[in-house]
Design a protein around this ligand. Structure first.
Ligand code: NAD
Length: 486
């Protein structure tokens, strides 16, 4: 792995001061300037795609096609689309008011929050760094981007290329480890957008609270899959495994093909390291074995030679995470039915399916973030709902059912950031749906307009004309009793 050059601690407050001065100077206000920066960001992703792919290959073993489809392509598409939609998003709104207040010109301005901090994780470092940045640019903010130290080659690359494309007076990359992030968090920001785990989120939220800084927290957690007995089990198994295995939504893939003519057949997978990955499956007890067989069938079809040496997916990010996963497996009381081979030296681990997992098992303790899929047998839909509700609110609840009333019951009786029926993962391909969590899976949301809104605030305004004076006369002092009654 490459060495990451940390930003010096002394430079960090100076960077924030410079960005605040740029914001105060009004440089970021014109819509055209923001559009220009978004075009530049898209250009950077396009022109530097080979370097980006090489960096993520080095850091995460991610195949090039996966990076192009799931990260580079999505960044280009969303930067360009945001530039196109921006004039519409930024337009002041005039709310419906009673007739007599129309004269007051009530207006909602979409105002940039100011100088913001974006802290991103390692698992999808490109999209999770630039999706927030696209929103910050669109909103007219200046920003510091702090990418993850766990992907040093990529984070170093960002520090090198971002200033070549974006205005360095408005957007800066700060690199480093905990001391550098802690230094950033000592300072006051106008918004902090953090994507990562809940433990660090608590550190960041405490630091933000000192300055009353508003936040977006995009966190993780265990996303369950409920299999209702009315569904087609074979198809459900295929779609769950695909969701575990494929990190490219159709839309971004198609777009990428247009952009780079990459081949669909080579889309790679790094399924275990995404926040929306199906984490465990709840299935009616009598359907469990049918489900296991269906998983085996589709696994063999997806990976005829097994997944260990397949170029179709990457490695576990670090030795620590590899050890954590193997330790979870050694402690499970469930029955391993599809045993993934492991190669610790290369941090590889094949998909592993474990059945008969019960409450209290090691595999149900924390977000797996790895290629392990526990199956928990349940006695009824109510049992599955109670199981989900007894835990922290998931980022995503997946459910497979052909029964509309079951779907509505799940909508009403559970809570999660997203609820997805009869597929996995595909929700990420819809640019117009907000993505975010609830409870322990975070707060606030992102994607396109919703990221723009995260970095903006609604500034209410009225503009009272002279002509309103007769109507306002009765408010002035001294007030007569008649005026008060009127
Ligand atoms: P990570 O270890 O890269 O950490 C994320 C960021 O936190 C990094 O920039 C890192 O520098 C910073 N950080 C780490 N320790 C810190 C500390 N002590 N003080 C201040 N900052 C610190 O990534 P991670 O947290 O392992 O990411 C994986 C988690 O993120 C999973 O839980 C996953 O579900 C979640 N996730 C959520 C989303 C989403 O959109 N909701 C997307 C991706 C990942």
């Amino acid at each position: 792995m490459a060495t990451l050059v940390s930003t010096t601690l002394d430079a960090i407050p100076q960077i924030r001061t410079a960005l605040r001065a740029t914001f105060a100077g009004g440089v970021t206000r014109p819509i055209q300037w923001r559009q220009n920066q978004l075009y530049q960001l898209a250009r950077m992703a396009h022109d530097e795609r080979d370097a980006i792919c090489d960096a993520l290959q080095k850091d995460l073993g991610k195949p090039k096609t996966e990076v192009l489809a799931a990260e580079v392509g999505v960044v280009i598409k969303r930067a360009l689309k945001s530039a196109e939609k921006l004039p519409q998003w930024a337009k002041p709104e005039h709310p419906e008011v009673p007739a007599r207040q129309k004269l007051w010109k009530p207006t909602l301005y979409k105002a940039p929050k100011g100088t913001v901090l974006i802290i991103s994780p390692w698992n999808y470092p490109m999209i999770l760094s630039f999706q927030p940045l696209i929103g910050a640019i669109a909103a007219g903010c200046t920003a510091v981007l702090k990418p993850s130290e766990l992907v040093p080659t990529f984070s170093q690359l960002l520090a090198d290329i971002v200033p070549k494309y974006l205005d360095p007076n408005a957007f800066r990359v700060v690199n480093g480890y905990v001391p550098e992030t802690t230094k950033l968090l000592d300072l006051q920001w106008d918004h902090i957008f953090y994507t990562g785990n809940g433990k660090v989120a608590r550190i960041i939220a405490s630091a933000a609270a000192k300055h009353l800084t508003p936040m977006t927290l995009e966190l993780g957690g265990k996303s369950p899959v409920i299999i209702d007995s009315t569904c087609d089990i074979d198809l459900a198994a295929k779609r769950i495994l695909w969701g575990k295995c494929n990190n490219a939504g159709q839309a971004s893939l198609i777009h990428c093909q247009d952009l780079f003519k990459c081949r669909t057949g080579l889309i790679g997978v790094s399924f275990w390291q995404i926040c929306v990955s199906p984490d465990y499956v709840l299935v009616q007890r009598e359907k469990q074995d049918e489900l296991v067989k269906a998983f085996e069938k589709h696994y063999n079809a997806f990976f005829p030679e097994g997944a260990l040496d397949s170029p179709m997916f990457g490695s576990i990010v670090s030795d620590l995470h590899h050890k954590r996963l193997t330790s979870l497996l050694t402690r499970t009381k469930g029955e391993v039915v599809l045993h993934g081979r492991v190669d610790p030296a290369r941090r590889r681990m094949e998909p592993t399916i474990v059945k008969d997992v019960a409450d209290g098992d090691s595999l149900l303790e924390e977000e797996l973030f790895g290629p392990i899929l526990p199956i928990v047998p349940v006695d009824s839909l109510k049992h599955a709902i109670d199981f989900v509700n007894a835990r922290s609110h998931p980022l995503v609840l997946y459910a497979f059912s052909e029964n509309e009333s079951v779907k509505q019951q799940l909508v009403k009786e559970t809570q999660s950031g997203n609820i997805v029926f009869n597929d996995t993962f595909q929700q990420l391909a819809v640019d117009d749906l907000p993505f975010g969590g609830v409870g322990e899976s975070g707060y606030g949301s992102q994607v396109m307009k919703y990221t723009y809104e995260a970095f903006s605030y609604l500034r209410s305004s009225i503009d009272m004309p002279k002509e309103a004076e007769p109507e306002l006369a009765k408010r002035y002092l001294p007030r007569s009793e008649e005026a008060v009654k009127a």
